[in-house]
Design a protein around this ligand. Structure first.
Ligand code: C5P
Length: 230
C-alpha cells in the first residue's frame, strides 16, 4: 500500500498575504486542494495524511476538508516547527501500518501530476528510496560570503530536488529518528537517507512542479493550470 503525506504546516507567509499561501486560490480553489486532488485521484495512493499548522485548522476544515470531502484523507494532524518535524509526525502515523511505502509531498506543489506519481511508485518499489528532481539549466555558483564567487559547480552533476520523494516506511523512519537524535535538520527528506549512506535514486520530476513561494509563482501556476484544463 502507498501512503501519501502532504506537508502543509508551514506558516506560509512569504507571499505577503493574510491568507496563508497554501490556502490561496488558484482558479478559485485553494492551492492545497489542487495538490490533494492529484493524490485523491491517483489509483496508486491508498491513504493520505495531511499535516497542517494548528493555527490554520479552521480554514483547512472549512475550505478544504469539508468542502471537497476527500475520501482518502482519513485524518489530518498538526505539524511541527520545521518541515522535518512535520514529516516526522506524518511518518509516525503510518509507521505501524505495515512496512509499505510512503510518498512525501509539499502541499504547495499543486502542479504535480499522475505521471510523476507513477515514476515515484515504480522507482520506490525497486530502489526503496527515490527523489524526484530536475536537471539544472543554470550555472550554479558557490559563494561563502555572498559577495565573491568561490567556485563554479559542474552543472552536469546538479539536480534540483522536488517532491514527491518516496521511501520504504521503515527506511525513512530510521532516517528521521537518527536525524532527530543527532540534531540534524535537512531541507528535504532524501538528505536524511543519504546521510545514512543509503542510495537514493533520482526520478524525473517536471518543470511545472514548482513550489509556490513568491507572488510570481501564483501567477505562473494559475496560467499552467488554465493551460492544463484546455
Ligand atoms: O519551508 P518550505 O517552503 O520548503 O515548505 C515546503 C512545504 O513544507 C510546504 O508545503 C510547507 O507548508 C511545509 N512545512 C510544514 N511544516 C513546517 C514548515 C513547512 O509542513 N514547519
Amino acid at each position: 500500500m502507498f501512503f501519501a503525506i502532504i506537508v502543509a504546516a508551514g506558516r506560509g507567509e512569504r507571499v505577503n498575504s493574510v491568507t496563508p499561501k497554501q490556502y490561496l486560490p488558484l482558479l478559485g480553489k485553494p492551492i492545497l486542494a489542487h495538490t490533494l486532488d492529484i493524490f485523491e485521484k491517483s489509483p496508486w495512493i491508498g491513504e493520505i495524511i495531511v499535516v497542517i499548522n494548528p493555527l490554520h485548522e479552521e480554514i483547512f476544515k472549512k475550505e478544504v476538508w469539508e468542502r471537497y470531502g476527500y475520501r482518502k484523507v482519513k485524518k489530518y494532524i498538526s505539524g511541527g516547527e520545521t518541515r522535518q518535524e512535520s514529516v516526522y509526525g506524518g511518518v509516525r502515523e503510518v509507521k505501524n501500518r505495515g512496512d509499505d511505502f510512503v510518498l512525501i509531498h509539499d502541499g504547495v506543489r499543486p502542479l504535480v501530476d499522475e505521471k510523476i506519481l507513477e515514476r515515484c511508485v515504480e522507482g520506490v518499489i525497486k530502489f526503496e528510496a527515490v527523489c524526484c528532481a530536475m536537471p539544472c539549466v543554470d550555472t550554479i555558483k558557490c559563494s561563502l560570503n555572498g559577495e565573491v564567487i568561490d567556485e563554479t559547480l559542474d552543472r552536469q552533476k546538479i539536480w534540483r530536488a522536488q517532491t514527491p520523494q518516496a521511501f520504504r516506511i521503515s527506511l525513512i523512519w530510521e532516517a528521521l529518528e537518527r536525524a532527530k537524535e543527532e540534531g540534524f535538520q535537512g531541507t528535504d527528506d532524501s538528505s536524511l537517507v543519504e546521510r545514512m549512506g543509503k542510495p537514493v535514486r533520482l526520478v524525473l520530476g517536471s518543470e511545472d512542479n514548482l513550489k509556490i513561494t513568491t507572488p510570481q509563482d501564483l501567477i505562473l501556476a494559475e496560467e499552467l493550470l488554465r493551460w492544463r484544463k484546455k
